[in-house]
Design a protein around this ligand. Structure first.
Ligand SMILES: NC(=O)c1ccc[n+]([C@@H]2O[C@H](COP(=O)([O-])OP(=O)(O)OC[C@H]3O[C@@H](n4cnc5c(N)ncnc54)[C@H](OP(=O)(O)O)[C@@H]3O)[C@@H](O)[C@H]2O)c1
Length: 281
């Protein structure tokens, strides 16, 4: 196992399903980890596990879409651990208020005659829509801006952003989420080019359909039964299962590793059980 004891990683979304496992995986290898999210309790639970296993971490409640709060976070990381080497931009997600319940236009949207409980695109909450865009895009951009100077000072660094299957082709109903995750792949390329002379590599992972609390409701499980949307996902996933957080760990470590991924920057790596190999027909 590689020893990363001199590394400091900032992991946003560290109280969540995927990035809590990424944070624990890095901490167990000796990385000093900064756990970032809005809800301190979620972060403390992860921190407790890390400390019990002998790891070193710091928890920081911070809204990653708030530029000033992220700048203060960067100061704290500098004071506590002497700066950041690796940034994992995992904070993000969707909001049902930003989604219609129907998958394509229905003329009754224009006459107010949609059935009770049904919402078309004109009924979505524009504040929620903007919030999804902001958290998923600016919530990755601001941390890169805040931590890049520390990486430059330390002679280089690495960033892993979180894209999605929506970065390649949008899923139905996910307008704001899909827009923002497509933007993440693009931002990964443009910032990778910009920061290459500084020795900062910027890449992204694009998780396929990973199991989390929400997915159990809207996709179901292979073992206990799938929803129609879940059946469609599994039908398009040659490996025939949903992903789990542990499926991402090796890819994230590879993208962070300055030796193994020395010449790799600006890419988005799908970790999707083959979802992108099929056109859906
Ligand atoms: N799970 C999947 O199938 C899947 C697939 C493709 C891509 N992804 C992406 O992978 C990343 C992690 O997903 P996940 O499944 O682990 O989701 P998750 O369990 O909901 O975790 C996301 C975490 O982000 C934090 N967060 C959200 N907005 C934030 C903000 N403004 N500032 C700081 N923290 C914020 C949340 O904590 P607080 O609410 O406490 O802030 C939450 O703990 C996300 O970017 C997601 O879009 C997930």
């Amino acid at each position: 196992m590689k020893n990363y004891e001199n590394k400091v990683a900032v992991v946003t979304g560290a109280g969540g399903t995927l990035c809590s496992e990424i944070a624990k995986d890095l901490a167990v290898r000796g990385v000093r980890v900064v756990l970032v999210g809005r809800t301190l309790e979620k972060l403390e639970k992860v921190a407790e596990e890390i400390r019990k296993a002998g790891g070193t971490c710091l928890t920081a409640a911070c809204d990653v879409a708030d530029r000033e709060a992220v700048a203060r976070l960067a100061e704290t990381v500098d004071e506590t651990f002497g700066g950041c080497d690796w940034l994992i931009n995992g904070a993000g997600g969707n909001n049902v208020k930003a989604m219609p319940t129907i998958t394509s236009f229905d003329p009754r949207e224009l006459t107010g005659e949609l059935p009770e409980g049904t919402k078309g695109i004109f009924g979505i909450d524009s504040d929620a829509f903007e919030s999804v865009l902001r958290i998923n895009t600016m919530g990755s951009f601001y941390p890169i801006m805040a931590f890049a100077p520390q990486m430059v000072r330390k002679g280089g660094g690495a960033v892993v952003n979180f894209a999605s299957m929506n970065s390649y082709c949008p899923l139905t109903r996910c307008f704001a989420y899909a827009m923002s995750k497509a933007a993440i792949s693009n931002l990964t390329q443009s910032l990778a080019a910009y920061f290459a002379p500084a020795g900062i590599r910027i890449n992204a992972v694009a998780p396929g359909f990973m199991v989390n609390e929400r997915s159990r409701t809207y996709l179901g499980t292979v073992e206990e039964g799938l929803t129609p949307r879940g059946q469609s996902v599994i039908g398009h996933t040659p490996m025939g299962r949903f992903g789990e957080a542990k499926d991402l760990l090796g890819c994230v470590r590879w993208l962070l590793d300055q030796e193994d991924a020395a010449f790799v920057t600006g890419i988005t790596v799908p970790v999707d059980g083959g979802f992108l190999t099929l056109g859906g027909v």
